[in-house]
Design a protein around this ligand. Structure first.
Ligand code: ASP
Length: 410
């Protein structure tokens, strides 16, 4: 009971930090430079600590998740359900983004598109993207924090540990579980700092993106946020209710600490440990959580897909370009792939927007139109991203529990 109280208090602290950051940010608009130079660095220190710990957390929690299933078939069945759910919800998300963007199209302001410049990162081809998922070196994925490569490593190592048999793997299984506990403890320590981190990350954003800049882009921001909310409320509520055996209200209430953290940190990967705690409290099994959530924090980005759809329509409208149906379908495909390739760190989705725009021949320079307020888009899209991961976790966990109960009966 006392432990419960303590945990609640971290969520409360994050909430208070969030409110204080908004108030302080609004009051400090004239001192935005000060906020950027002296407050933001403390937020960066916090994010650095989170990034430092997240590589071992993803590696070990996926490995431990696989090992605890003890059976490659079971990993396959959970993995398949997870990936199918992730792909379907992402396709829904991008469709909602495109519909929302089209509904709002008439309200988007005509923004001057001359002398815009945006240096797009060099685009990698589709095949190269696939090739790059597979590491050619044991340490570089960890050094570069390349999450997709780390997942491949975790899968290979996890499968190998199962395959050498229970007689031989006892020590390594214990070692993995112990190391996992150690890294989780480190993460817990770092997360104690999250209220300070949240304040220092959010306050400069509010101070520099005062109402003036937001004003001119209000419509596209509004369109994105409405789509975020529609997707979360409609798609996740229905899914959780129908397949997760959980009332949507209970689900969103249980998710509050993770939602607040994601909103202020704009990092799915950083929110991973809080997200794990939230779903486990709601009854998800540890073995499913430790596999589904780290995977989702890396490949499942519904909010990012929505953002890419809305922004593609917005940028096309600013340039007076009309998008055809085949072009919209191309956007659905590329945004789904782009969101899989997006890293769970602040600002990554905007970089991937270049790939979506290029795929339908829209000017990449258009990104400059939305870059100024990207952080505000990012806070919402990250919140949707992690909520999607959690909904999948509740559903897969519920399905597995039912399956086990069926097997026991028969
Ligand atoms: N910040 C997002 C996340 O961590 C990724 C993005 O920029 O879209 O989920």
């Amino acid at each position: 009971m006392t432990k419960e109280k303590k945990k609640m208090s971290l969520a409360m602290q994050i909430f208070i930090a969030l409110v204080l950051a908004i108030v302080a940010g609004l009051l400090m608009q004239k001192y935005a430079d000060f906020a950027q130079s002296y407050i933001k660095p403390f937020g960066t220190i916090f994010l650095n600590l989170v990034k430092f710990i997240v590589v071992p957390i993803v590696l070990f929690s996926i490995m431990c998740g696989i090992i605890s299933m003890r059976d490659i078939k079971k990993v396959g069945s959970i993995g398949l359900k997870t990936v199918v759910y992730y792909l379907c919800t992402t396709a829904f998300a991008i469709t909602i983004g495109l519909i929302g963007g089209n509904l709002f199209k008439g309200l988007f302001p005509k923004v001057a598109t001359t002398d815009l410049t945006y240096e797009a990162a060099e685009a990698t081809s589709f095949m190269d993207t696939i090739v790059n998922i597979f590491p050619s070196n044991f340490v570089s994925p960890m050094v570069e924090a390349n999450m997709l490569q780390i997942i491949v490593m975790a899968l290979l190592l996890g499968f190998a540990i199962i395959m050498i048999g229970e007689e031989k793997n006892a020590r390594v299984v214990n070692a993995c579980n112990d190391l996992n506990d150690v890294f989780m403890k480190c993460m817990e320590m770092i997360l104690k700092l999250s209220p300070i981190g949240v304040f220092c990350l959010l306050c400069p954003v509010i101070a520099s993106n005062g109402p003036a800049i937001i004003g001119s882009l209000a419509m596209v921001l509004l369109a994105a946020y409405i789509c975020y909310i529609v997707h979360a409320v409609v798609v996740y509520s229905i899914a959780v209710k129908a397949m997760g055996g959980l009332s949507p209200l209970e689900f969103f209430k249980g998710m509050l600490p993770a939602i607040m953290f994601a909103f202020s940190s704009a990092s799915s990967v950083g929110t991973l440990p809080i997200n794990m705690e939230c779903v486990e409290k709601m009854g998800a099994s540890k073995e499913v959580t430790s596999f589904v959530l780290p995977l989702g924090a890396t490949i499942n980005m519904d909010g990012t897909a929505i953002y890419q759809g809305v922004c593609a329509i917005f940028i096309a409208a600013c340039y007076g370009i009309h998008l055809t149906l085949p072009q919209m379908l191309t956007i659905i495909l590329t945004a789904t792939l782009a969101s899989i390739g997006t890293a769970g760190v602040p600002g990554a989705g905007m970089v991937m927007l270049a790939m979506v725009l290029t795929s339908v021949g829209l000017p990449v320079d258009g990104i400059a139109l939305v870059a100024g307020v990207d952080r505000i888009f990012d806070m919402g899209r990250t919140t949707v991203n992690i909520t999607g991961d959690a909904s999948c976790c509740m559903i897969v966990s519920n399905m597995e529990k039912k399956k086990e109960a069926r097997l026991k009966r028969s």
